[in-house]
Design a protein around this ligand. Structure first.
Ligand code: NDP
Length: 257
């Protein structure tokens, strides 16, 4: 499994915490001798700490490049691709993980700004990242090669009251991912969606405006997943034989309804 990742260049968006950080760590552990990791998020200082942790854990076989990137800003995405150092330009795997939720509110009360931030990040950001990286994949033989791994959510399949906009963003990710996979059918570019249920990250508390006791009350009785649980599946999907696409996966804790 690890052998198939050797020599690859992997981009993870939202790598400063939660699932993205775990995913970066899991890629590094899976191919500690020869891997290039590009970690992106808005908090560059936190990204640098993640990069240092990875180097400390696996050593110098993994090259790590932390890059400040707000995926909701198309200009930053264009600059990101054009200013990558030469040795990081040949990207093989894009993990579109960056995402957020802005509070819990009934549809009529949702602030226009919150709606915009959620769509700009979770949907437009993911699409713009994909559009920016696809030309790199398409230059390769047999119509193109590379992996696009999108982190959706159970919320994109089972919308819940108070989460209409977040759920709508994740449903949009799902439709985009499905259509893109079909568009690229004649290539070796794999388009993969992984939909987590509840995962213990910064996200779970943000959803309740930082009120941890409220978050705990809603999730009572459910032992959440960890970022590592999702990361293992991401790396598993990326390290299959080239002809195998783990197209669409839902992962949730045993007791989550
Ligand atoms: P975290 O809040 O821990 O991580 C979110 C990451 O996204 C951070 O690294 C954050 O970095 C980054 N991010 C947010 N906005 C932007 C932006 N505009 N540009 C670049 N990076 C951004 O939450 P999770 O790890 O839980 O979330 C990761 C993904 O998993 C999200 O897409 C989320 O919707 C999805 N998900 C999470 C679930 C859960 O229960 N936790 C369940 C289902 C899906 P920074 O702030 O430094 O920019």
């Amino acid at each position: 499994m690890a052998k198939r990742l050797e020599g690859k260049t992997v981009v993870v968006t939202g790598a400063s915490s939660g699932i993205g950080k775990s995913t970066a760590q899991e890629f590094a552990r899976s191919s500690p001798k020869n891997l290039k990791l590009i970690l992106t998020a808005r908090r560059i200082d936190t990204l640098k700490e993640v990069a240092a942790e990875i180097k400390q854990e696996v050593g110098d076989g993994v090259q790590v490049l932390p890059v400040k990137l707000d995926v909701s800003n198309p200009e930053e995405i264009n600059n990101f691709v054009s200013s990558l150092p030469e040795e990081f330009k040949e990207i093989d795997v894009l993990v579109n993980n960056a995402g957020l939720v802005k509070g819990v509110a009934q549809a009529p009360e949702i602030a226009t700004e919150d709606l915009k931030v959620m769509f700009d990040t979770n949907v437009t950001g993911l699409i713009n990242m994909t559009q920016a990286i696809l030309p790199i994949f398409k230059k390769r033989s047999e119509g193109g090669r590379g992996d696009i791994i999108n982190i959706g959510s159970i919320a994109g399949r089972e919308p819940y009251p108070g989460g209409s906009i977040y759920c709508a963003t994740k449903a949009a990710v799902r439709s985009f991912t499905d259509a893109l996979r079909k568009e690229l059918i004649a290539t070796r570019i794999r388009v993969i969606e992984i939909d987590p249920g509840q995962v213990e990250t910064e996200f779970s508390v943000v959803r309740f405006y930082g009120d941890k006791s409220k978050a705990d009350a809603v999730y009572k009785g459910v032992e959440p997943l960890t970022g590592d649980d999702i990361a293992e599946v991401v790396v598993f999907a990326a390290s299959r034989r080239e002809n195998v696409v783990i197209a669409d996966t839902l992962i949730f804790p045993s007791h989550q309804a």
